[in-house]
Ligand binder design. Structure first.
Ligand SMILES: [Zn+2]
Length: 342
């Protein structure tokens, strides 16, 4: 009796084991409840699998999938599977790429799984930098027609003039309406290197990459008189500005042959050492004493500028231009007070 009871207990245990354990461990698909569900994308379709495989490689084997050539996958083959995992297979595809160079479009047969791979291969083949308008990390499919555009640069260097500025220096030491060129201006020169970017063979933009000044421009300086006519002709005026006052031995000359050694037929008749034509206010000096361009106020003569030289004019002397030879003779030789204005 005890023996029969023991056998029954074993049978009941066996029945429980056969009927109930599977119900706990396996779900209705016949698979363990904790087996992962994995989605596999390949060739444009998605397949959802519950699998007993442990790694990505085992899963592919179980599904009869193989990788060939440059096909890629988003996990290493020994990566452990987990629930809700998405495995993507990128199949290498061969197709034509068009390259827009600005010339008739060229086609080239290239293979790859992403736009970037195709771009890199195409660049190596045509030895040029290429642009793609959209996302280059995008996976490609067999229906894609990739259109690349060439990106090229060219640099050129040119020299240009820098125009000089004209500075007007207003001065009360000169009469209104009088102008005097103190310094001639000259243009500068700069060298500019420009980079031009061509996209698809057409100029897209240009940028200055280097600018080098070969020669600075020199400003022209004009003195412009602001003193009203009749004003400031008296050095006793408190507004009269000067650098120093000197007493000089003065003579006078005119443009005639006796005074200058030139006839009116001569090309240089009436032309002073500074290049200016004679007029009232032009005086000859010893340029080691007064540089040409020095301005004076000469008592009894008025405003004057050192613009000429003469063989007999040495040291602290001044030779005043007059229009008439008789007038110059009458002036003779005398001491005059001279205010050096600058
Ligand atoms: Zn003369």
């Amino acid at each position: 009796m005890h023996r029969i009871r023991a056998v029954c207990a074993v049978l009941v245990f066996a029945l429980v084991a056969i009927f109930f354990v599977p119900m706990v461990v396996f779900n209705i698909t016949g698979m363990p409840a904790d087996f992962p569900v994995v989605t596999v994308y390949d060739r444009g379709t998605a397949v959802q699998e519950m699998t007993s495989a442990h790694t990505v490689g085992e899963l592919l084997y179980e599904m009869g999938m193989t990788l060939a050539g440059n096909d890629r996958i988003n996990y290493p083959l020994d990566f452990p599977l987990y629930n809700d995992m998405t495995v993507r297979i990128y199949r290498e595809i061969s197709f034509y790429v068009t390259i827009n160079t600005g010339l008739p479009k060229r086609m080239t047969a290239i293979s790859g799984t992403t736009v970037e791979e195709v771009l890199v291969q195409t660049q190596a083949e045509i030895q040029a930098t290429l642009l793609y308008a959209n996302d280059i990390t995008r996976e490609i499919d067999p229906l894609d027609m990739l259109n690349f555009v060439t990106w090229q640069t060219r640099q050129f260097t040119e020299t240009n003039e820098i125009p000089f500025e004209t500075i007007e220096n207003l001065t009360g030491a000169m009469r209104n309406g009088q102008t005097h060129l103190r310094r001639r201006g000259s243009n500068g020169e700069h060298e500019i290197t420009t980079m031009v970017v061509y996209i698809g063979g057409y100029e897209d933009s240009r940028v200055i990459v280097n600018e080098y000044i070969l020669r600075e421009p020199v400003d022209a300086i004009f003195n412009i008189g602001t003193a009203p006519m009749g004003a400031l002709t008296d050095p006793s005026d408190p507004d009269f500005r000067y650098v120093r006052r000197v007493r000089l031995q003065a003579t006078a000359y005119c443009a005639c042959f006796l005074c200058t050694g030139r006839n009116p037929e001569d090309a240089l008749f009436g032309v002073t050492a500074s290049g200016r034509r004679v007029e009232h206010g032009i005086v000859a000096v010893d340029r080691t004493v007064f540089p040409l361009g020095t301005r004076f106020y000469v008592a009894g003569y008025g405003f004057a500028e050192a613009a000429d030289v003469g063989g007999a004019i040495r040291g602290y002397m001044i030779d005043l231009f007059m229009y008439c030879h008789q007038e110059a003779l009458r002036f003779g030789r005398r001491y005059v007070d001279v205010w050096v204005l600058h």
